[in-house]
Design a binder for this molecule. Structure first.
Ligand SMILES: Cc1cc2nc3c(=O)[nH]c(=O)nc-3n(C[C@H](O)[C@H](O)[C@H](O)COP(=O)(O)OP(=O)(O)OC[C@H]3O[C@@H](n4cnc5c(N)ncnc54)[C@H](O)[C@@H]3O)c2cc1C
Length: 240
């Protein structure tokens, strides 16, 4: 089995216009999952073929606890609209940058590539893209809104207002925050299943796909293969 730690730890992947996700640490590998399952009868590895077969059996039959023996720790920068959804996953341990300590900068806001249209069938979803001059105009308005919000924030800070209050002027959902997050492989798969799906919002889907392609697959190739067969094949590819 290849040593994934050296190539993956510290790797940073850009996401959205100013965001990123990097792997800070990882504990365990596919073999750790197999060995955790085999402790039931005080056994361990029986060679790659039988180990891989056992791992596929575990995932297929939802014998999930051995997958909790592997842990990933990430650091990520994402807009609040993404975090708003991410923190609903209670099985992640998280620590966040504090807007009470850290002043925001004028370019700390997310500007989307385009404007998705409201889906007709699904009240929570989007479909298609706004085209024509209206799209460019909306982006200009958004940038002006960010400038104005930041100018008011800056004015409040310069007037001596506490950072915890001055931030009321910032365009909330668009502000980028940096978090540190830790999760085990079982609960990561639950997150990926829900947030890589086409009905998840694009701004979290891109983070889920980045984790899946850049960290989960190379760190746990057997688990990722089994997960791809049972789950990912039903989701379809990442689309804009
Ligand atoms: C497309 C989409 C739309 C959504 N829309 C909304 C919405 O409109 N409003 C809204 O509020 N949320 C919404 N959510 C969030 C959703 O309801 C879940 O809170 C979120 O996806 C986290 O999933 P989870 O509970 O499986 O994950 P985790 O919180 O990581 O939990 C993993 C698993 O652990 C178990 N678990 C964790 N905590 C508990 C607990 N306290 N009690 C019992 N079992 C527990 C459960 O089995 C759970 O599946 C949406 C999610 C998606 C993907």
């Amino acid at each position: 089995m290849t040593n994934h730690r050296e190539t993956l730890i510290g790797k940073r992947v850009p996401v959205l216009d100013k965001g990123w996700i990097e792997l800070q640490d990882i504990m365990g590998d596919d073999l750790a999952i197999v060995n955790a399952a085999r402790v039931s009868f005080l056994g361990e590895s029986k060679g790659p073929d039988r180990d891989k077969k056992l791992l596929f059996y575990l995932l297929k039959h939802r014998h999930t606890s051995p997958f909790e023996q592997v842990e990933f720790k990430f650091r990520a920068r994402a807009p609040l609209v993404t975090w708003w959804q991410w923190v609903r996953h209670r099985t992640w341990s998280v620590n966040a940058q504090s807007g009470r300590y850290t002043p925001f900068q004028e370019d700390d806001f997310y500007t989307p590539d385009g404007w998705r249209l409201q889906a007709e069938d699904n009240k929570q979803a989007s479909e298609g893209i706004l085209t024509g001059p209206a799209a460019a105009e909306l982006t200009e308005h958004l940038r002006a809104h960010y400038e104005q919000g930041f100018a008011l924030y800056d004015r409040a800070i310069k007037a001596g207002v506490a950072r915890e209050m001055a931030r009321l002027f910032l365009p909330g959902f668009a502000v980028y925050y940096t978090w540190v997050l830790k999760v085990d492989a079982h609960n990561l798969m639950n997150f990926l299943r829900l947030r890589m799906a086409p009905d998840a919002q694009y701004e979290i889907r891109v983070y889920a796909w980045a984790i899946y392609e850049h960290f989960f697959q190379p760190a746990l190739p057997w688990t990722a293969e089994a997960f791809a067969q049972t789950i990912v094949s039903t989701l379809g590819p990442m689309q804009d």
